[in-house]
Design a protein. Structure first.
Length: 577
């Protein structure tokens, strides 16, 4: 059998096949089938390789048909995906990489290939810098400049930190495997991962065990380890197959609390704690809190904080942003939790670019105990996402009414994600917007405008009385697309004055607002909506990533509008200053 494949590796093969099929002009349904399969593979909590080895029928999982299941089984056992091998004989496989450039789709890749016979990112950059791309029909000078900017951002991703949501399915199973070692009493992933930052530099794995040597031996022999950087009796560093670095440390159980506090960080938070200890004539380090040589506390974080005169501080707040003063005065916020959310206010169905039906999305929300769900398919400007015209939006409203009659335990809110156009107008007329329950206003195009232009664009849009929620406000995609250049201070102030909610979009590629901007929004008095922007039923489970960022901003349940009951929510959305 070939080397054991990880889910993300399998998903990568499926996605690459989908891209090449699309470039080749294959049947859109076949393209979508492989792309959906890639998302399923990437999102499974079980190892696909283990499922294949156990002879589990993969067709039991969403979007996995018989042919795809057979292809994946062959891929896991041989390292080859036959349909990918077949299309690679017609379409240069490297062309799939070009689709990672922001704004470059399959038709554009095919046109560039046929005109210039380019294969690689270097080839594309060369012809763009030579000014030849602009001469191609459908491109032009502006598109050429955008491609060069997209290439720059794509190259920069190699220097970027790993998205938290990408690190989690790799790090968590490794943690669980180490936790199963006899004599291990606790294993925690510390560092920025525990603080739930949107990205992580590496993984800090902390193990409580009196037999650290056995733990380190098990770590370096793990199937996911690609390279061993260092190997010691109590600490080791390894590189996993996807390039993620893991720094592991084994400590005695009675020192675990001090080590966990130290390795969770942040650096500034730790410095402030150590200074607090020094002010009392003590010292604090990774081994414990000491009065001279006498140990005071070491086994638990809470005991150390308590001895320092502080309430225990949630890891998400440990960034030296005033949390120590709040812990001293007993005024730490009671941070919002996933359980507090009563409904999702931003989500898509197969009426636009969603993958699941209206009924399936409603059922998924019900299964998670939601009291309401907003259906906010795209407006007409987002043509690539099959955005809804006023006529189709009216048809969808009728469909929602028909479906809603079948449910008595959830309310379906009629909505739309409308585009904020370049001039600050919205892409649906006011008479249409007035009939909707929920209106999420977002930017999807004209992302490279100046700071002044983007700021005025949003401020003008906010003057519209139907502007309820500012969706993914900076339009960023982590490690792929920079945020738009905008005066966030002015825009958040305007949102607060107009009673407009600002969104923390829970999609791992976005997490927008960022934690920093969300903190600023709260300081301005803004309302927050934590939404999944779900494009499939499984995306409802992404809510926790948005809640992580809300917690890092210090948000309570009272700061989040979709923790309210339906009547209160309706009143909030319709209230304008």
């Amino acid at each position: 059998m070939a080397k054991r494949m990880r889910n993300r590796d399998i998903a990568g093969y499926c996605e690459r096949l989908a891209n090449l099929l699309e470039i080749d002009g294959a049947n859109p349904f076949r393209v979508r089938a492989w792309r959906n399969a890639a998302e399923t593979m990437a999102g499974l909590s079980q190892s696909v390789a283990d499922l294949v080895e156990s002879d589990i029928d993969l067709t039991e999982y969403p979007h996995i048909g018989r042919d795809i299941a057979e292809g994946v089984r062959t891929l896991v056992t041989t390292g080859h995906l036959p349909p990918l091998d077949e299309i690679a004989r017609r379409v240069p496989p490297e062309l799939a990489d070009l689709m990672q450039v922001q704004g470059l789709g399959p038709k554009g890749v095919k046109a560039l290939y046929e005109q210039f016979q380019l294969h690689t990112l270097d080839d594309l950059e060369r012809v763009a810098r030579e000014g030849r791309v602009r001469e191609l029909s459908g491109f032009g000078a502006r598109k050429e400049a955008a491609l060069l900017d997209g290439i720059r951002q794509l190259r920069a991703t190699g220097e970027q930190r790993t998205r938290l949501a990408d690190a989690e399915p790799v790090a968590a199973p490794l943690r669980d495997r180490l936790a199963a070692i006899p004599g291990v009493t606790e294993v925690t992933i510390a560092g920025s991962y525990r603080r739930r930052r949107a990205t992580v530099g590496d993984i800090d794995l902390l193990v409580a065990s009196d037999n650290g040597e056995a733990v380190m031996e098990r770590l370096v022999e793990d199937d996911d380890v690609e390279r061993v950087v260092s190997h010691g009796a109590t600490r080791s560093t390894v590189i996993l197959g996807d390039g993620l670095q893991v720094d592991a440390r084994a400590v005695a159980p009675d020192s675990f609390g001090a080590a966990l506090l130290y390795f969770t960080g942040s650096k500034r938070h730790n410095v402030a704690l150590r200074q607090r200890a020094v002010d009392r004539g003590w010292k604090l380090n990774e081994y414990g809190l000491y009065d001279g040589d006498e140990p005071l506390e070491a086994a638990s974080e809470a005991a150390i904080y308590r001895r320092l005169g502080l309430d225990w501080i949630p890891p998400e707040l440990r960034e030296d942003h005033g949390e120590i003063a709040a812990a001293e005065s007993g005024s730490l916020p009671e941070l919002v939790t996933v359980d507090a959310i009563r409904g999702n206010l931003h989500g898509h169905t197969d009426w636009s670019d969603g993958k699941d039906t209206l009924e399936a999305m409603i059922d998924a929300a019900r299964e998670r105990g939601h009291e309401y769900i907003a259906i906010t398919d795209h407006g007409p400007r987002v043509r690539i996402a099959n955005g809804l015209s006023p006529e189709r939006l009216a048809e969808q409203a009728d469909a929602i009414d028909a479906v809603a009659a079948e449910y008595d335990d959830i309310t379906i809110l009629k909505g739309c994600e409308v585009d904020i156009l370049a001039d600050g107008s919205l892409d649906l007329p006011d008479e249409v917007l007035a009939r909707l329950d929920i209106i999420v206003c977002s930017i999807h195009y004209e992302l490279r405008r100046s700071r002044a232009e983007q700021t005025e664009r949003v401020l003008r849009a906010m003057e519209n009385p139907h502007f309820m929620i500012w969706g993914h406000p900076t339009a960023r995609e982590i490690n792929r697309r920079d945020p738009i250049d905008i005066d966030m201070d002015r825009c958040l102030q305007a949102a607060a004055e107009r009673c407009i909610a600002v969104e923390i979009n829970a999609q791992p590629k976005r997490l927008d607002l960022s934690d920093t901007n969300a903190r600023l929004a709260l300081e301005k008095g803004c309302r927050i909506a934590v939404d999944t922007d779900a494009h499939a039923t499984r995306h409802f489970d992404l809510l926790r990533h948005g809640i992580d960022q809300a917690r890092r901003a210090g948000a309570t349940a009272g700061d989040i509008i979709n923790t309210r009951n339906l009547d209160d929510l309706r009143n909030l959305l319709r209230s304008r200053a």
